[in-house]
Design a protein around this ligand. Structure first.
Ligand SMILES: Nc1ncnc2c1ncn2[C@@H]1O[C@H](COP(=O)(O)OP(=O)(O)OP(=O)(O)O)[C@@H](O)[C@H]1O
Length: 248
């Protein structure tokens, strides 16, 4: 579903990503982790073709990315950027914008129905009519997540989706992400700073440091030495109730 081969990207003579090779299939939830400035957001922007690679290959659904135009990519990929500015409109209208790649001119009944469904799933009914400018940071973040989920791409990119959310909402969003990936056979990439949530919800991990892939693979193969080296902090990986946990 998503494959990169020796992907390189530089900006103003600074190498931002170096030789990144990954290969994920539908049903995979890959957590992209790594210190600040490691290149996590840049990697997603390259896969979405918001920026252009210097060299290497990217293929989506076994087709080189060069064959996709922006409209096709916006149908294929639901993308939640790290930050989004709020523009005055109701929560419902904001979420409806996620259906834009599927609309010709105006939303149809199907678009409204899909919005309604996601509003219910994310418990946003009570905010439906509210102006997004009057939401808290966490409430707005949930609305943005709803907007990317209603887009219904086969590929889901979430860049730090649970920032600003309390623990209940963090778990709810990660549960929804994992369940949707399974039910709809999506290929999901999620940038996370919380290593325990990454280990709980992802089956694969991509660990970046200074633009280099220092680990990519099944989470069970991740070693504490690699994590400690990446974050320059002494971390321990333990097994608790059958799950890997990080302690520090
Ligand atoms: N527009 C830009 N101009 C110059 N440098 C940039 C620009 N965007 C990103 N960079 C640099 O590229 C590198 C990777 O940035 P990126 O945002 O991908 O990191 P990240 O791993 O997502 O970081 P964080 O965890 O802090 O969000 C950083 O060194 C950053 O300073």
């Amino acid at each position: 579903m998503i494959e990169t081969q020796k992907l390189n990207y530089s900006l103003k003579n600074k190498q931002i990503l170096k030789d990144i090779t990954i290969n994920s299939k539908s049903g995979d939830v890959t957590a992209i982790i790594g210190p600040n400035g490691a290149g996590k957001s840049t990697f997603l922007k390259l896969l979405r073709k918001f920026i252009q690679k210097d060299s290497g290959e990217i293929s989506l659904d076994n087709k080189q990315i060069e064959y996709f135009d922006n409209k096709q990519l916006s149908k294929l990929i639901s993308y939640l950027p790290q930050t989004t500015k709020a523009i005055a409109c109701s929560v419902e209208d904001c979420i409806l914008l996620g259906r834009k790649p599927h609309m010709r001119f105006f939303p149809k009944k199907e678009d409204y129905d899909k919005c309604e469904k996601i509003i219910n799933e994310l418990n946003l009914e009570k905010f439906k009519e509210k102006n997004v400018l009057k939401l808290s940071g966490g409430e707005f973040q949930k609305v943005l997540i709803a907007r990317s989920l209603v887009q219904e791409g086969n590929i889901l990119f979430l860049d730090e989706p649970i920032n600003h959310l309390d623990i209940k909402n963090q778990l709810e969003i990660m549960d929804i992400t994992k369940n949707m990936t399974k039910q709809k056979n999506l290929t999901t990439y999620v940038v996370l700073h919380d290593l325990n949530l990454a280990l709980k919800y992802a089956n694969k991990i991509l660990l970046l440091k200074n633009g280099e892939n220092i680990f990519y693979g099944e989470k069970k193969k991740l070693k504490e030495e690699i994590l400690s080296h990446a974050y320059e902090v002494e971390l321990k990986l333990i097994e608790f109730k059958g799950e890997k946990k990080v302690i520090y």
